[in-house]
Design a protein around this ligand. Structure first.
Ligand SMILES: *Cc1c(COP(=O)(O)O)cnc(C)c1O
Length: 609
């Protein structure tokens, strides 16, 4: 059976049972069950489901593996982690991260002023805040305020000018000085499509010469005791562990050298993020070549080895992995609105009293096709179709005949594909690719899967039900934006096959998985489609609870957010309708009510099924 690569990307978080995708946790509700419950409250568009237990699972995994490696390597430093807010700043996510991480002292990382404010407000007492990214005097002053207010905050400087500003602020006020980290510019670079954060030409970090200068500046300002951390980040979604090892050797040696230069308070190495997530649904195309076990062991072992060789105490280890922590927690559920080739449905056949002989033959082939004859009959059908097209071009058959021929041949191919689905021939596979079905999904790729649009990042996708039957349609997915980029095309290298569902009679929901990292605030309001409705689902032994429902912005809210005076818009629409003639008062007032309802809904399609 086709399991859509669940065994590769799902990390046992989801299983298929009775033809439906279920959460593999406690009461094991099915995604369809949860979706149907939410939709029973007149919700129609795409929805995002969040599962806090999956955030908890990832945090626990990260800490457990590092603790294990520390014990096995007799490593003397501690393990610490912070969650980089840029990966997902939504309230329900930050809530899940901070509450599930509390017992580990899991902190937050900020890369902008707004994120820093969020970190200052949401970091549990005593846990770490780290600050990265480019900073001005105001942002640096904010970190003084955080330190003064009791936060355990470390500001990583990206350049000497930031350090000069810190020294300047410290000399002007008596606020507590935050801990200082130095981001080092590594010679070695990362790998993968996000690997622009490391390497000699990287956007961030200090060169060796600048690091020496930084120590001198700190010493002169009497602030060397504030230098606590060496930081690097070689890029997100590291495909290969080799560059990380190189980076660790480099950063580890820089750390040891600085200790020797008298940076006595220096106590930690922050290895940034980059732990990869498995997004692939097909065998032999895995996104990374290491496990969390190998990752944690390598980091701990290498740092221990370098420090032992240089006679330096083992530093505390910090990580800022974000994608690894939250990617799996969110699932995007999109209803399928239409299968385009249902234009070829058998019920649309319209025969005449007497049909051309080739049409009659196609009818017989269609009627008598079976497992034994299907390849032969298929060839006959394809041959007849060619002849019929020629007859049409020469004017011997009419448009109705041609339509019947297309429907019949389409059905014969579909039946053959079905009969031979266990082991299709090359020819059948090719036909399948040519006969692609286009599935229209009630969602925006720009809003909900921006990394697919911008980077070609594949996200696992599968129907959340109908899984007892074999999917046979080579599928391309079209979103409802009016943009030809809003499409996930069929890729014969990594084929997606979906079910032939009659959408007029039956629901068909697709789930996009591992969408919890980066997609939500990167998502664009192209065509003014907004962030979908979202729900936090807490699963217990006996059932599940749907919490923190946050509705998508409605039409007026989205117009307001880009600067329109929505009151003016409403007034204009209403007065135009009021002024119109030739309808009754009653119909006018009903229409006004209808208009108000439309304006209070989001922009996704409400086609009912
Ligand atoms: C983006 C970023 C991270 C998070 O990276 P992931 O790949 O999501 O783990 C960590 N640290 C810094 C400095 C970053 O810029």
């Amino acid at each position: 059976m086709n399991n859509f690569g669940l065994n590769i990307w799902a990390n046992k978080n989801f299983i298929i049972e009775d033809g439906e995708v279920r959460l593999n946790y406690k009461s094991m509700p099915s995604l369809l069950e949860i979706t149907s419950k939410i939709r029973s409250n007149d919700v129609k568009g795409p929805i995002i489901l969040r599962f806090p237990h999956l955030v908890k699972r990832q945090i626990k995994t990260l800490y457990n593996y590092f603790d294990k490696a520390i014990e096995e390597n007799n490593y003397q430093g501690s393990f610490n982690a912070v969650f980089p807010l840029k990966v997902n700043q939504f309230p329900a996510v930050v809530e899940a991260v901070t509450s599930q991480g509390a017992k580990y002292n899991y902190g937050l990382e900020a890369g902008s002023k707004a994120e820093l404010i969020l970190a200052m407000a949401k970091t549990p007492d005593g846990t770490n805040i780290t600050v990265n990214g480019f900073k001005d005097e105001e942002m640096l002053t904010l970190s003084f305020i955080a330190a003064q207010s009791g936060q355990n905050i470390t500001v990583t400087i990206e350049g000497l000018n930031e350090l000069e500003t810190i020294i300047n602020v410290a000399s002007k006020c008596s606020l507590k000085v935050p801990n200082i980290g130095i981001r080092v510019r590594l010679h070695s670079a990362g790998s993968g499509i996000w690997a622009k954060s490391g390497g000699m030409d990287a956007k961030f970090g200090l060169t060796s010469t600048e690091i020496i200068e930084a120590v001198k500046l700190l010493k002169d300002a009497n602030l060397l005791d504030k230098l606590r951390m060496i930081h690097f980040h070689i890029g997100s979604q590291m495909a290969d562990i080799a560059p990380l090892k190189k980076a660790l050797r480099e950063a580890g040696n820089i750390y040891a050298e600085l200790k020797k230069m008298g940076a006595d308070s220096l106590s930690s190495i922050n290895i940034g993020g980059g732990l990869a997530v498995e997004y692939d649904q097909h065998e032999k195309a895995h996104a990374r070549n290491y496990s969390i076990d190998e990752f944690s062991s390598s980091v701990v072992f290498l740092l221990g080895e370098i420090m032992n060789a240089k006679g330096v105490e083992h530093p505390d280890i910090f990580t800022e992995s974000g994608r690894f922590i939250v990617a799996s927690h969110a699932v995007l559920i999109t209803p399928v609105l239409e299968l385009f080739s249902q234009d070829y449905h058998e019920k649309l056949l319209n025969f005449k009293e007497t049909n051309p002989p080739l049409i009659e033959e196609l009818r017989e082939l269609n009627r008598l096709l079976n497992n034994a004859n299907c390849i032969e009959y298929l060839h006959d059908a394809l041959d007849h179709m060619e002849s019929l097209f020629t007859l049409f071009d020469l004017g011997y058959i009419d448009l109705q005949d041609r339509s019947n021929a297309e429907i019949l041949v389409h059905n014969i191919i579909k039946k053959a594909l079905y009969l031979k689905s266990a082991n299709p021939t090359n020819e059948l596979e090719q036909l399948q690719t040519q006969l692609q079905e286009r599935y229209l999904i009630n969602a925006s790729i720009f809003q909900s899967l921006p990394d697919y649009w911008g980077l070609g990042q594949h996200f696992p996708v599968m129907p959340i039900h109908h899984l007892n039957t074999t999917p046979l349609r080579a599928a391309s997915l079209w979103d409802i934006t009016c943009d030809s980029d809003g499409e996930i095309g069929f890729n014969p290298e990594k084929p997606l096959y979906l079910h032939d569902v009659n959408i007029d009679e039956d629901d068909y929901f697709l789930g996009f998985f591992n969408v919890g990292a980066y997609q939500e605030t990167l998502g664009m309001n192209h065509n003014l489609f907004t962030h979908p409705n979202e729900y936090t689902v807490e699963i217990s032994d006996t059932g599940y609870e749907i919490k923190n429902a946050v509705e998508s912005k409605n039409i007026l809210e989205i117009l307001n957010s880009i600067g329109y005076d929505t009151q003016k818009i409403v007034n204009k629409l209403k007065s135009d309708l009021e002024k119109s003639t030739f309808i009754t008062k009653k119909e006018k007032s009903d229409t006004l009510t209808k208009l108000e309802t439309f304006l209070s809904q989001n922009g996704y399609l409400r086609t009912t099924n």
